[in-house]
Design a protein around this ligand. Structure first.
Ligand SMILES: [Zn+2]
Length: 429
């Protein structure tokens, strides 16, 4: 990836934002508000997200509220905040307003890891203000992720460093060579050094243990990842399924705060036994503080598994998309579609939103103030239309379900800046 690509993407957002302002400044509402505003008093707020149904599980708030933003922070959440107090109004009436979503498993190392996609059109443009790139980069390739993605994306990008120094750069469908097939790629010493130099952006360590990626030495590779994670005192995210060693042996090496991703996959190496019962080792891992993440992906989410687990009262702690090159055009599309699948599975909207906001914010050591609309928090806001109808959802195995509701992203605010507001009016005063 080259710098000019990133620059042109930033340019796109700048143009889109300008076009949105022009479009809306000529609306009747805009002219009325403009004429009604006192010219002598500067507006107190930069942006007012007005009249939406706020769904903020971090403060048990599920009601119509206005969200006022100033200086990149949430300034107030209340009822009837006067429009005249704000420079810009986003009319969210009839929409769902949540904290900016956090997707804890994505792949945005566009141009280096074959599965990478550009962050901004797939994340901040779709309600996701913060993402964690889950192991696309290892120690050898992380400097590029930092320089060409984290440093230039409008989306707030953090990373889990792959224990393999090459990250996920070796594997594509046309060259399916896993990053841990040669165990010499797993280098705790270099992983530790890279993390110590980049603690502001690296939040943990990632390892993939499927047999075609880690061969029959998965537990030795996991031991090396464990050694690095313990040294830097950060969590491990472990990609499960189809491993040489049974899941119970993998779980035995995990500690409180570690994360299992692809928790609801189908096939072997998953959370269910051959009689479809949740493995006791999974329950005991969860009980001692190991987190279950969804990580839908191209091969790692099964409606059937999720339905069986839910009936046994095993739920994910976080819902992530694992969106990448080989699923972004379906079946994943984006995080909002993944969340809609859990609405279909019967999880109420606040619980679904919680798993991509408050719970996700607690999973890793993000800087304070993400995943919430509490006054003083980073002004990350997502606005959705909750559409009613018949929507076909497809899992990673091709199984289909018809859902009655779908979350459709319509606008995003990140650190107080508005993105992607074409489908609802914005009034600039
Ligand atoms: Zn992944």
């Amino acid at each position: 990836m080259k710098n000019e690509h990133a620059d042109s993407r930033r340019g796109f957002f700048r143009r889109a934002s300008v076009a949105g302002s022009l479009l809306c400044s000529v609306t009747a509402a805009g002219q009325e508000s403009l004429s009604g505003q006192s010219a002598s008093r500067a507006p107190r707020y930069d942006l007012l997200v007005r009249g939406g149904r706020v769904v903020d599980p971090s403060q048990n708030l599920f009601d119509d509220r206005d969200v006022a933003i100033a200086g990149g922070r949430v300034s107030a959440v209340g009822i009837g905040i006067p429009e005249a107090n704000a420079r810009q109004i986003l009319n969210a009436k009839g929409k769902i307003v949540t904290p900016g979503l956090i997707d804890v498993h994505v792949h945005v190392y566009d141009g280096v890891a074959p599965l990478g996609i550009p962050a901004d059109p797939n994340c901040v443009a779709k309600g996701v203000t913060t993402v964690v790139d889950a192991g696309s980069a290892g120690a050898h390739t992380f400097p590029g992720l930092r320089k060409y993605v984290i440093g230039v994306a409008e989306t707030r990008v953090y990373a889990l460093l792959n224990i393999s120094v090459v990250g996920q750069s070796t594997y594509s469908p046309d060259n399916p060579f896993g990053e841990l097939l040669d165990l010499r790629h797993a280098n705790p010493r270099l992983t530790i050094r890279t993390i110590e130099q980049n603690r502001d952006t690296i939040l943990g360590i990632k390892i993939r243990l499927t047999r075609n990626l880690a061969g029959d030495h998965d537990l030795r590779a996991l031991g090396l990842a464990r050694e690095a994670a313990d040294a830097v005192k950060l969590p491990l995210m472990v990609h499960i399924g189809g491993s040489y060693s049974p899941l119970k042996d993998i779980l035995a090496m995990l500690k409180p705060g570690d994360v299992i991703t692809h928790s609801f996959r189908g096939g072997d190496g998953g959370i269910l036994d051959d009689k479809d019962r949740v493995l006791p080792e999974v329950r005991s891992a969860v009980a001692r503080g190991v987190h279950l993440d969804v990580g839908h992906g191209a091969g790692s989410f099964s409606f059937d598994t999720a339905e069986k687990a839910f009936r046994q009262e095993l739920l994910p702690g976080t819902i992530s998309s694992d969106v990448h090159q080989y699923n972004v055009n379906g079946p994943v599309f984006d995080l909002a579609t993944t969340l809609s699948k859990f609405l279909h599975l019967g999880l109420p909207l606040p619980q679904v939103v919680e798993r991509a906001t408050a719970n996700a914010a607690r999973l890793f050591a993000f800087p304070q103030g993400l995943g919430t609309l509490r006054p003083g928090a980073e002004a990350d806001v997502a606005v959705f239309s909750l559409e009613e109808g018949h929507f076909e959802f497809v899992d990673a195995l091709g199984a289909r379900r018809i859902g009655q509701q779908k979350l459709v992203p319509v606008a995003t605010v990140k650190s107080g800046r508005l993105y992607g507001s074409a489908s609802i009016p914005v009034v600039t005063l």
